[in-house]
Design a protein around this ligand. Structure first.
Ligand SMILES: *[C@@H]1O[C@H](CO)[C@@H](O)[C@H](O)[C@H]1NC(C)=O
Ligand SMILES: *[C@@H]1O[C@H](CO)[C@@H](O)[C@H](O)[C@H]1NC(C)=O
Ligand SMILES: *[C@@H]1O[C@H](CO)[C@@H](O)[C@H](O)[C@H]1NC(C)=O
Length: 356
């Protein structure tokens, strides 16, 4: 009786709290913008021309991102270094394409102390690179594993010959074999290699593939959505309940006019935007945190943001990592088990707690 009563009170309090609308910050989808000042910057990251890379901040004053990445990048390996004292080691696994590969690799290039536990292949796309690198810095480990596309059976881009479900199983296993723990944060993304696979299967042409249409054929997009639902559900079922699950969208690359480049798709932006929208939908249904890099990238000129036609530079990538650390912190500070309610299979999401 007593426990019913206390659970009831907690629920009422929680409902009131959620009703107020400010219980949790939806960092990854909150409207925001880039700020120039170094104030609040995750770390002073200097661009080639000597300026600092801007920092992404939500406009909401109640939901400001904290510069959590800074200490991880600046800390040395020595025990007497107290920058990270009191910090728990943080483990991250990124399932995605060459963008995610560069997130992990940039981290290793930038941080003051780092160790490459699993080599980054020289070519971020290639069938032989399943686990494409593990970067370990002081108390922060970031690993990258390919997701060949949202297709369950292929054909895949660049002769990749493994399905996303295999990648998830193998990636989690490889991570645990290497680190001895389950990752605290797992992110997943797919978009470019879906376009690239269609382009390649079409003989490096868009005509005759779903990409010849400005609006992707409804049947194709539904199939893609169904496949992504299978993949994200599988990943969710493969990690413990307290692992933070993140889906990130894809930014718009530079459109080019070069044969053999999927970025020469004349409907590049509509295609990327449509898959991002379908991806956000699936992620939301499955209660993943959404990190909308599409929206973040739209506000920056490509000349300053991109390292080449396809990939953002280090500054952008580090903002993405910093946001994931903020999402994790918020999850850890949220009410948890031991407060009278067993939050079985519940995770914190943008809209609060959910079951399932
Ligand atoms: C990281 O450093 C290596 C070695 O200096 C370099 O080849 C690579 O381009 C750098 N950046 C990324 C994102 O790989
Ligand atoms: C890549 O994954 C496949 C299938 O899981 C596995 O058989 C193969 O050994 C892996 N290759 C490498 C280089 O890890
Ligand atoms: C979805 O997966 C099925 C089964 O592997 C595959 O035949 C189909 O091409 C995929 N569709 C998309 C749009 O990826």
């Amino acid at each position: 009786m007593a426990s019913f009563a206390s659970a009831g009170i907690l629920c009422l309090a929680l409902v009131a709290c959620l009703h107020a609308g400010d219980a949790f910050c939806h960092f990854g989808t909150l409207p925001g913008g880039w700020i120039k000042s170094q104030e609040g910057s995750p770390f002073p990251l200097y661009s080639e021309d000597g300026g600092t890379f801007p920092t992404w901040q939500p406009y909401s004053q109640d939901c400001q991102l904290k510069p959590l990445l800074g200490p991880y990048l600046q800390a040395a390996a020595k025990p007497e270094d107290d920058l990270l004292s009191g910090h728990q080691p943080m483990h991250m696994l990124l399932f995605g394409d060459s963008v995610d590969y560069r997130i992990a690799r940039h981290l290793c290039n930038i941080s003051k102390h780092q160790e490459i536990l699993e080599p980054f292949g020289s070519n971020p796309i290639g069938q032989e690179h399943n686990m494409t690198g593990i970067c370990s810095t002081s108390k922060l480990v970031v690993a990258k594993q390919h997701i060949s596309s949202a297709s369950l059976e292929g054909p895949y881009w660049w002769k990749m010959n493994f399905s996303p479900l295999e990648s998830i199983t193998e990636g989690l296993k490889a991570f645990q074999d290497s680190e001895g723990v389950v990752p605290d944060i797992v992110s997943i993304a797919t978009n470019y290699w879906d376009i690239a696979a269609l382009f390649e299967a079409g003989g490096f042409k868009f005509e005759g593939t779903p990409l010849e249409h400005q609006v992707l054929p409804e049947v194709w997009l539904k199939d893609w959505t169904r496949n992504l639902t299978t993949i994200l559900s599988y990943l969710k079922d493969s990690v413990p309940d307290n692992t933070l699950l993140v889906y990130h969208t894809a930014h718009l690359p530079q459109q080019v006019d070069k044969p053999n480049k999927w970025e020469s798709d004349r409907y590049l932006y509509p295609h990327i935007a449509q898959m991002n929208a379908a991806g956000r939908h699936v992620a939301q249904m499955l209660h993943y945190h959404i990190l909308d890099t599409e929206a973040m990238a739209l506000q920056l000129p490509k000349e300053s943001m991109m390292a080449d036609i396809t990939h953002p530079g280090a500054g952008f990538m580090m903002q993405v990592l910093n946001m994931m650390l903020n999402m994790r912190k918020e999850q850890q500070e949220a009410p948890a088990e031991g407060q009278g309610v067993k939050w079985q299979r519940q995770r914190i999401i943008g809209r609060g707690w959910f079951k399932g």
